[in-house]
Design a protein around this ligand. Structure first.
Ligand SMILES: N[C@@H](CCC(=O)N[C@@H](CS)C(=O)NCC(=O)O)C(=O)O
Length: 103
């Protein structure tokens, strides 16, 4: 992790706050980049270039950009150490199931 993860959006957004809780729980350093929904910044061309759905959150880690809070959770649980969260357990069990079934 060369530069801290960036999360774009207002922390009052439920989707953004879910990502922040995940990163805080896992103790992952991050930078919160404010995006004012009141000023419709999430619909501006520069933001849409990064997040084509014009929604918050957007999440960046090096060359990876994610658009959905659930994919952020899966990414964080697959790539960062720290507290084990529900997704860690789910991913571990899914991996174990696929190893046991040979798929
Ligand atoms: N699929 C996204 C949806 C995120 C979402 O609905 N964000 C809302 C704020 S909580 C948003 O950006 N709304 C503005 C819009 O849809 O134009 C996720 O679950 O993270």
């Amino acid at each position: 992790m060369a530069t801290p993860v960036k999360v774009y959006g207002p922390p009052l957004s439920t989707a953004v706050s879910r990502v922040l809780v995940c990163l805080l729980e896992k103790d992952v350093p991050f930078q919160l980049v404010p995006v004012s929904m009141a000023k419709m910044e999430h619909k501006k061309p520069d933001y849409i270039k990064m997040q084509p759905f014009g929604q918050v959150p957007a999440f960046q880690d090096d060359d990876i950009t994610l658009f959905d809070n659930v994919s952020c959770h899966v990414f964080a649980c697959s790539n960062f150490d720290g507290s084990r969260l529900k997704w860690d357990i789910f991913l571990k069990e899914t991996d174990q199931d696929s190893r046991e079934s040979g798929s």
